[in-house]
Design a protein around this ligand. Structure first.
Ligand code: NAP
Length: 316
């Protein structure tokens, strides 16, 4: 069975793929080009794509009878794949839920702490030899312990963030999701994001990307947030209206932001880079060797199940 893997993988993942499939391991770390996307559907039985491999409705339309039968996405987020178009073309889609949860929640807490405590700004001061020593009013940030945490999207990652906030930092938890959650700690569900935003010190975004959540977080949310509060986004860039965030930060409507993802990734607006109140990470959510290896193995579990005619463990 002919497999295309669209990025360089950790060694154990590459070895397992090569042992189990007639595998082409792409050597580039860039997204598939327009031509490569079509070749993937036309010339391979199965594909392991990832973030920014844009399998749009147009790509499926251009390859009317695809040889490919499965896109086993490397990652839990699959908003770069038009799942309806894939299904209409007879191409199944799977993802890697669970493998990414703790690492991404850890990244959210990293950003929350860095943003609250001005860690990136402080680091820049030290590196610039501009630190003139400790004093009682130097670089005062926001206290985190015991504060109000709001989570937009209380799924696997949202709950892992809330757990860390509650048990690790004694925070009160509020959330917005499509359904009620039965949680082992107190957590108030709010009717809408603006109502939640008005009652938090830290608002963390953990919903999937896609048409349904495009610009879910925009000017009305920033207007509702207290002016000392921080916005943390580890979900997908286009869930947030980046231009509105820049205005909210520049006008002091909110206190700060910690971002792992960007609306036009990997482009990061100069206006964001110019602001000391923003912490900017290069999409590090799942970036540990253990987690990336686990993600690859999970994608391979799906590919092997397909090859062996078994049910797909993580169909979306
Ligand atoms: P999940 O378990 O499916 O959770 C998604 C949550 O969002 C659910 O609670 C869902 O509500 C809620 N939701 C969906 N649409 C909503 C809407 N329109 N309004 C309000 N809430 C909505 O997914 P997950 O595993 O936690 O992952 C979440 C996302 O994180 C992924 O899709 C991915 O894009 C992103 N991610 C980023 C990184 C990174 O590197 N930064 C890493 C991993 C994942 P219900 O529970 O009521 O359905």
């Amino acid at each position: 069975m002919k497999l295309l893997i669209t990025r360089v993988m950790p060694d154990p993942v590459a070895a397992r793929a090569t042992a189990g499939f007639d595998a082409d391991l792409r050597a580039e770390n860039t997204p598939l080009s327009a031509e490569e996307l079509r070749v993937a559907l036309r010339d391979y039985d199965v594909v392991m794509p990832t973030l920014r491999d844009a399998f749009s409705a147009q790509v499926f339309a251009d390859v009317p009878a695809p040889r490919a039968r499965l896109l086993a996405n490397f990652g839990v987020g699959f908003n770069h794949i038009d799942v309806a178009a894939a299904q209409a073309a007879g191409v199944a889609v799977t993802n890697t839920p669970g493998a990414v949860t703790d690492a991404t929640a850890d990244t959210a807490m990293t950003l929350l702490l860095m943003s609250a405590r001005r860690a990136a700004e402080g680091e820049r001061i030290v590196r610039a030899n501009a630190w003139d020593g400790w004093h009682p009013t130097q670089m005062l940030g926001q206290h985190v312990t015991g504060k109000r945490l709001g989570v937009v999207g209380m799924g696997r990652i949202g709950q892992a963030i809330a757990r860390r906030g509650h048990y690790g930092f004694g925070m009160s938890v509020g959330y917005v999701a499509r359904s009620d959650k039965d949680l082992p700690y107190p957590a108030k569900r709010f009717a809408n994001i603006e109502a939640l935003a008005a009652e938090v010190d830290f608002l963390v975004i953990a919903v999937p990307g896609g048409a349904e959540t495009h610009h879910l977080i925009g000017a009305p949310v920033f207007e509702a947030m207290p002016d000392h509060s921080h916005l943390i986004n580890i979900a997908r860039g286009d869930v947030m209206d980046e231009a509105a965030l820049i205005v909210a930060l520049e006008t002091g409507q909110i206190g700060g932001a910690g971002l792992d993802v960007y609306e036009f990734e990997p482009e990061v607006p100069a206006a964001l880079k110019a602001l000391d109140t923003v912490t900017l990470l290069p999409h590090l959510g799942t970036a540990t060797l253990e987690v990336r290896t686990a993600m690859g193995h999970m994608a391979l579990d799906n590919l092997e199940a397909f090859r062996d005619g078994k049910p797909l463990p993580n169909a979306v």
